[in-house]
Unconditional design. Structure first.
Length: 410
């Protein structure tokens, strides 16, 4: 394979495609074209502006944009591409079942345009067995397109760091596809791991489900401690202190976003709905907003104004996809006199500044523990619900502290 390649990333302006495109474009692998259907994102990328937050990405975009990287909605570049990487989304449907319809439609269009002897890399998180179905689809059409599955394992916000440090799992049915995919990823990271496609599909789903289950353990312990009027963070901190075996004991807080629940449900479907721990984790994590609401009910909510700080699905992010802060907002809109929402990063016209939300609210809930919130002043007459333990009171007897609910004493 030539060292200067034409690489096309389909879904290239998204959270997975764009960081990968930036890193590839900065490693002299050739020309990277990001194909996307979102005109606003394409325009933003071509103007050198990131369409979403990702540490270090805008700087890199300014270096490679217009040189070795460009974004477009035109798909004719696929015809001359040596490598096509597809990263379009793979959501679950309204029945919480994995859906591959969109992925297949997208793949059919790709296969029609791709040249023989080119390499197709699936990078979306897929339902187990999808790589084999795609492989069969290619062969049944008599096409000689090489196929690999190389799952993405980055966490949003750390993509540039993790793309070049995490080992890349590479899977294919044929040695040539495996070797070509491996060579490509060795341009950006130091090591790759070979697996069979089904193993690689499960490896990705195990990764996300394990994290989701892990967060559910903390959230279950949080609810347990809190329902006895105990401070979860105080207990957790004692457990992990100088005790390496408990390093993976996470803090409590909303476990949400576009991947963890969705991928746990893909594994549940694959198990024939016998993945009991996965479903239990879903009940716990999705139930945390309801638990917080129940905690707050002791405060006569119908007369209270409640502010939610942080509408993103996680800290220091502008991504509000499937954020549980919005679920909490809906629940509160039924129970509270007024609900105010704030987030410094999320684009949502209904949001107001944090200072105003705190000033007007009786009760303040931390939805996402953005680091900047540590600087906020919380007046002592406010009730604070902080399941994340963001504002752990240094001295809980101090009269300067607000009244604390959730991971702190009432
Ligand atoms: N977000 C993460 O942190 C993460 C991490 C690992 C894996 N994944 C997986 O990667 C995949 C993509 O996730 P994402 O977060 O990047 O989604 P995203 O929505 O941010 O990006 C998908 C992009 O694809 C574009 N798109 C949709 N249909 C298209 C089409 N037909 N042609 C061209 N472009 C099209 C969208 O406009 C969007 O820009 C999912 O399978 C997800 O599970 C995500």
């Amino acid at each position: 394979m030539a060292t200067s390649q034409q690489i096309v990333i389909v879904g290239g302006c998204g959270h997975v495609g764009l960081p990968l495109g930036l890193v590839l474009a900065s490693r002299s692998v050739g020309m990277v074209t990001l194909v996307d259907i979102d005109a606003a994102k394409i325009e933003s990328v071509n103007r050198g502006r990131m369409p979403f937050m990702e540490a270090g990405a805008e700087e890199l975009l300014r270096k490679v944009g217009g040189k070795t990287l460009k974004a477009t909605s035109a798909t004719n570049c696929i015809r001359t591409a040596d490598v096509v990487i597809t990263v379009v989304g793979t959501p679950v449907d309204e029945h919480l079942n994995p859906t591959v319809t969109h992925l297949y439609q997208n793949l059919d269009a790709l296969l029609e345009q791709m040249a023989d002897d080119s390499l197709l890399i699936l990078r979306s998180t897929v339902y187990p067995g999808v790589t084999k179905l795609v492989y069969d689809r290619i062969r049944s059409r008599g096409r000689k397109i090489h196929l690999a599955f190389c799952p993405e394992r980055i966490a949003e916000g750390k993509a540039l760091e993790e793309l070049v440090t995490l080992p890349q799992i590479v899977a294919a049915f044929e040695p040539e596809a495996q070797a070509r995919a491996r060579r490509l990823f060795l341009k950006i990271t130091a090591s790759t791991i070979d697996l069979a496609p089904l193993e690689a599909e499960l490896a990705k789903l195990f990764t996300n489900s394990w994290r989701y289950l892990n967060f559910a353990i903390s959230n279950q312990f949080y609810m347990l401690a809190e329902s006895y009027g105990l401070d979860f963070d105080r207990i957790r901190d004692a457990v992990v202190q100088d005790y390496p075996r408990m390093r993976s004991f996470a803090r409590a807080g909303f476990a949400a976003g576009p991947c963890l629940l969705k991928d746990t449900l893909q594994l549940a479907a694959f198990s024939g709905n016998h993945f009991f721990m996965g479903h239990a984790a879903m009940l716990i994590n999705e139930g945390l907003p309801n638990f917080i609401l129940t905690q707050m009910k002791s405060k006569e909510l119908s007369q209270q104004c409640v502010a939610i700080l942080g509408m993103a699905f996680k800290a220091d992010s502008d991504d509000n996809r499937d954020s549980l802060s919005y679920k909490l907002k809906k629940l509160l809109q039924v129970e509270a006199r007024e609900v105010l929402c704030s987030d410094p990063y999320v684009r949502d016209a209904s949001l107001i500044p944090a200072e105003e939300a705190i000033r007007r609210a009786d009760v303040v809930v931390i939805g996402a523990p953005h680091s900047v919130y540590r600087q906020l002043r919380m007046p002592p007459n406010k009730v604070l619900v902080d399941s994340w333990g963001l504002w752990r009171a240094p001295d809980q007897n101090s009269r300067e502290q607000p009244i604390l609910v959730g991971s702190h004493r009432l």
